[in-house]
Ligand binder design. Sequence first.
Ligand code: NAD
Length: 503
Amino acid sequence: MSLTAQIHVPRLNKTLTVPTGLFINNEFVPSVDSKELIHAINPATEEVLASVVAASPKDIDVAVAAARHAFKTTWGKNVTGFERSRLINKLADLIERDAQELAELESLNNGKPVKVARDFDIGDSIQCLRYYAGWADKIIGQSLEVDNKSKIAFTRHDPIGVCGQIIPWNYPINMWSWKVAPALAVGCTIVMKPSELTPLTALKLSELVKEAGFPPGVVNTVPSLGPVGGAALSSHPDVDKVAFTGSTITGRKIMEAAAKSNLKKVSLELGGKSPHLIFESADLEQGAFTSVLANKHVLLRVGLIPNWDTVAGILNTIYDKFLEILVSKVKATVVGDGLEEASGGGPVVSKGQYDRVWGYIESGKAEGAVAILGGEKRNSKGYYVDPTIFTNIKPDMRIIFGPVLSVGVFNTEDEAIALANDTSYGLGAGLHSNDANQCMRVSSALEAGTVWVNQYNLLNNNVPFGGKKQSGIGRELGSYALEEYTSVKAVHWNFGEKLDWPL
Ligand code: NAD
């Protein structure tokens, strides 16, 4: 088969070219033993955009061997931090150059609006690469006094080695950068497995990796089905670390595979059920606006972000007023084909996800939740789920899934905290209040890896992100992510002590 596809996009009056092979050793190649293909679908039209090679376990072996060879010869400890920094910066420049086309491809395959992909996801990814390019020559250990006259110890933060990176479909470019940037900065090599639902932009980014000048084998890209390529990476005896973003159920499998193979290091960014509390002193207009902006991701984007299972809890005295403002903000946003400039939200990513979300909405309705906005299917092509707001929810209902906001009521601060923490997850949480003491009390009490005060869902590349409880292990972003990709070596150095023998 040809290892390139042309995607003609009449709406844009252009043809996009995408590689469709496996990217190993800086070349796009066919599978060594399989004819399996992955069909990338446009969720707005339900049509196949391109079919790409699906990596088999043997292909994963080849990619891991390429990454190992590069680690030992042209990357890892064989290249200075200055050089790693230069190449990562170059990659960021190339992504900036191609931002519009990458955003169009992301929108076509994932459904999110082009402007969201370009101005948020890709803008943030460029910054992420530049942030870690800055770290590449600042990987420092400690010098430790042992005995001033005869002994010293010091630590080196070595690159951990070959990293398997497994990412989901909701932020294909963004999750790629969060994983690739810190790994490259410290000197690791990579075998990247994008989601089988959204393989196209990872392949397009691979072209830029080569153009930037990275040596062959430093970054390898292997689209594959999760239980095939993802499982092969997680259990591979020559992979030193797996970094994963996705569902808790898959995270558990990856940890088990790591434990049963070579005890490789694992970092997991998993699902969440993230509460958002609105207190009496909150600026309701701003609070609702922020909720919509925040929930623009939840309600309007493609229906899934890490903190997607959002539950808003609102103090009962301000409940009606807040809800009225919130509904008006959500109603004002257009959900349509991501290629339309006016679209503020797009379809959900796939038929599977569409059916899943509608299943949850229907079960919520059957259990007595009331949809005050959305909750009705469209009669047209595309996997659309219009933003839905449910009230009358109970904690054990399963409707909180997809572009759906569930709104509940609380009466006291203690009750709000108890409700917010009554979950096995702990990814994100937020509160709106203008009472500084309350902000401090509640943010301290919320059990989550990230707490937002008077904003929601906004992240910065220099601030760590990750989950507590069953929302994950380890941290991405900030200096914390460097720890995920390094191994600390202690060197004990004797420069004066002589042992008497026998002791
Ligand atoms: P998923 O777990 O099904 O898939 C994620 C990735 O794992 C895909 O690349 C998939 O191919 C791979 N995979 C599937 N089975 C595997 C296996 N047995 N071994 C190894 N890899 C395997 O999740 P999804 O439905 O694609 O993504 C949505 C989920 O991701 C949601 O639960 C969401 O909350 C979560 N998520 C979390 C974060 C975060 O930062 N914490 C960010 C984005 C998404």
